[in-house]
Design a protein around this ligand. Structure first.
Ligand code: CP
Length: 315
């Protein structure tokens, strides 16, 4: 693969290869000296057209630990504000010969479009409601490390599924690895074409969580609820917010996950989120750096092989 645009085109073997390499980077990241030279000499540009804490910071740290020259475009201060289009902006940066472009954009499909225009590797850091592949990969690595496997698990994804690229990428990845997926949330926050996903759907947390191994919570994405149903936070927390009482329906050793940013007291109880016996939320963040290192390392190997074969470094 020349880009990482989504989970959809990946085979189970691709996912396993990436997670195995990420495990090695996770070990490196716990050492005092964290530098390697997999990306030495390469230029990585991060273009975030939407807010981000975890994804942007971890892509920057990942690139630096691999020895890349990393540049964060300040999109709020860029000429996008003067009317320049996404493609013109990307072509402008492309002319400076970057090797890796990391892109987050509010429109589904924007990152795919950009990847068709530039001649470097593009990584999707979240596009609209479409995909957030590195999030699903870091979630998969966290699950594999906690449960010792990534197949035949019962996994509940709870909350605002309809607006969530995280849910979409996770459903695709966990389905490819042959897990049983349950979606739990209000019917108004379920995607319209739910049948195509091969999942079970519940609108009751107690029933949906019965016997699951993994509980994945999602934020209410108010910024994407254009005019539709917006539940009150109190009512939502009462019915769908994860607390110890609802979690008791899951397996005794079920883990609690959240991609962040988290709204305490809306989709999850703050104490439960901080309970290191159940919650792996901080481990998810830690694995985010490792997974992004692995993804960029694999793309850079491919880039170098292709350029080597062409005999011309940039054509
Ligand atoms: N999980 C995630 O994508 O978080 P950020 O929006 O902070 O990057």
């Amino acid at each position: 693969h020349d880009h990482l645009l989504g989970i959809e085109p990946l085979a189970p073997d691709d996912i396993t290869t990436l997670l195995d390499l990420a495990d090695q980077y996770a070990a490196l990241n716990r050492r005092d000296v964290k530098r390697t030279d997999a990306l030495t000499g390469l230029t990585q540009i991060n273009m975030f057209f939407e807010n981000s804490t975890r994804t942007q910071a971890s892509f920057e740290i990942a690139g630096k630990r691999l020895g890349a020259d990393v540049m964060n475009m300040a999109m709020q201060a860029s000429s996008i504000k003067k009317g320049e289009t996404l493609v013109d902006t990307a072509m402008t940066l492309n002319a400076m010969h970057p090797d890796l472009l990391v892109v987050r954009h509010p429109q589904s499909g924007a990152v795919d479009l950009l990847a068709q225009k530039v001649n470097c590797a593009v990584l999707n850091a979240g596009d609209g409601r479409h995909e957030h592949p590195t999030q699903a990969l870091l979630d998969a690595l966290t699950i594999r490390r906690a449960k010792g496997r990534l197949h035949r698990l019962n996994i509940a994804i709870c909350g605002d599924i309809a607006h969530s690229r995280v849910a979409r990428s996770n459903i695709l990845l966990l389905g490819k690895m042959e897990n049983r997926i349950r979606l739990i949330g209000p019917p108004t926050l379920m995607p319209s074409q739910i049948d195509q996903f091969g999942v079970e759907v519940y609108d009751d947390m107690a029933r949906g969580l019965e016997g699951v191994d993994v509980v994945m919570m999602l934020r209410l994405q108010r910024e994407r609820m254009d005019g539709g149903f917006i539940p009150s936070e109190r009512e939502y927390y009462h019915r769908y917010g994860l607390d110890a009482e609802k979690l008791a329906h899951a397996k005794d050793d079920a883990i609690v996950m959240h991609p962040g940013p988290m709204n305490r007291g809306v989709e999850i109880d703050g104490e439960l989120a901080d309970d290191i016996n159940r919650s792996v939320i901080q481990e998810q963040v830690e694995m985010g750096v490792a997974v992004r290192m692995a993804a960029m390392d694999l793309l850079a190997r491919r880039l170098r092989a292709r350029r080597g074969n062409a005999g011309n470094p940039k054509e």
